[in-house]
Design a protein around this ligand. Structure first.
Ligand code: M6R
Length: 369
């Protein structure tokens, strides 16, 4: 059942091309327009949405952060991401024009369920992005958009994360199409590019030898930092969470721009830092800004492990290690950039002799508040 892999997590990492492809399956008609049959909120109601609040926990909340960038970019609808356990107790501003989108692999996370119930009580429309058919959260929601990642057994979420991000893109493009407000990219061309992502993940998985090797000699590492910007920021957070969960190593994810506002004080000789570099095509010179962050921390002795797109030579002078990912549009990059971080955490856990699939103190689905 592990498909020949030593752990469920490793199998699930290798399932990711399918998780993305299957989540995209059947979402467009012959003319290339998005059709979301499962979304049983009327088109009229969806056109009236004035704000979106995403509620989720853990990895699903990081998928929600990626979703915020994408949905706001494509629809101009304001999107807020709220940790589900905070949402209910912060007197949220939610009414009949709010779409509350929950993201949950299991569909049973109590914190997320309670947030959805609270949103419904306040009169919001609720939509669930969920991986488990017939689970509680979709049943309690007005609409559901299933991710088709297949069962995820390992406690650490991997393929569900990629499927959640994919479903969020589909939702954002669908809302943009529905409202006739494709403010940015053309929905059809984004969908076409998304269809090509599974092959790129596959290719990337074939390039992981050096990442595995790095993990094997970093078993004694006490702390690892992760930096990213824009959609790379949630990827950095997710890389840190994977390392905490799986290898019990202190890890922190930061927005790269925040570095000079404090965290740079943590940098001393030999401190390993992963940096998720935006595509050179990213707007607002973000690429240049992140490259200069790498330069700054390298000058202070950090060991810089850079995740950069193929052909991005600007990072070379400041990188101790460069992990290459295939080229894609800046918005879709999380689907690739997170993969080496998952592989790194998996192999560091293995190098420490830990239980990859069942980390200590954790349950696959957290059914208590
Ligand atoms: O089933 P859910 O997606 O609602 O679970 C949410 C979190 O508990 C989950 O993502 C958790 O953070 C994972 N262990 C992360 O690997």
């Amino acid at each position: 059942e592990k498909g020949g892999y030593p752990t469920f997590m490793e199998k699930e990492i290798h399932d990711q091309p399918h998780a993305v492809a299957d989540t995209l399956l059947g979402r467009t008609d012959d003319a290339g327009r998005l059709v979301l049959d499962e979304v049983r909120i009327s088109e009229e109601q969806l056109r009236a949405v004035e704000r979106i609040t995403i509620v989720a926990c853990g990895t699903a909340a990081y998928a929600g952060m990626v979703a915020k960038y994408a949905i706001e970019h494509w629809t101009r609808i304001p999107v807020e991401v709220s940790l589900a356990h905070e949402f209910r107790y912060c007197d949220p501003i939610v009414d009949g024009t709010t779409l509350v989108v929950s993201i949950s692999q299991s569909g049973e996370t109590m914190d997320t369920l309670m947030a959805v119930k609270h949103a419904a009580e306040l009169g919001a429309m609720t939509l669930s992005i969920c991986n488990t058919h017939g689970s509680t959260i979709p049943r309690e929601s007005d609409a559901v958009l299933y991710t088709h990642a297949g069962p995820e057994i390992a406690v650490a979420s991997t393929k569900a994360f990629l499927a959640q991000i994919t479903a969020s893109y589909v939702l954002g493009l669908y809302l943009a199409q529905l409202r006739g407000e494709t403010y940015a990219d053309d929905a059809k061309s984004v969908m076409a590019e998304l269809q090509g992502i599974p092959d790129k993940i596959d290719e990337l998985l074939g390039r992981m030898d050096r990442v595995v090797e790095m993990a094997s000699f970093m078993a004694d590492t006490r702390s690892v930092l992760f930096l990213g910007r824009n959609v790379g920021y949630p990827v950095a957070m997710e890389g840190a969470l994977k390392l905490k969960e799986l290898a019990y190593i202190h890890a922190e994810g930061f927005a790269a721009g925040e570095l000079k506002h404090g965290p740079i004080a943590l940098i001393d000789a030999g401190q390993p830092v992963f940096i998720v570099v935006p595509s050179p095509e990213a707007p607002h010179e973000l690429h240049k800004k992140v490259v200069s962050n790498i330069q700054e921390i390298r000058a202070r002795g950090a060991r810089t492990i850079v995740i950069a797109h193929d052909g991005d030579d600007d990072v070379e002078p400041f990188a101790n290690e460069v992990i290459r990912i295939p080229n894609c549009s800046p918005m879709l990059a999380p689907l690739l950039a997170v993969v080496p971080l998952q592989v790194f955490a998996l192999h560091l856990s293995t190098a420490k002799g830990l239980d990859v699939d069942q980390p200590r103190n954790l349950a696959k689905s957290v059914t208590v508040e």
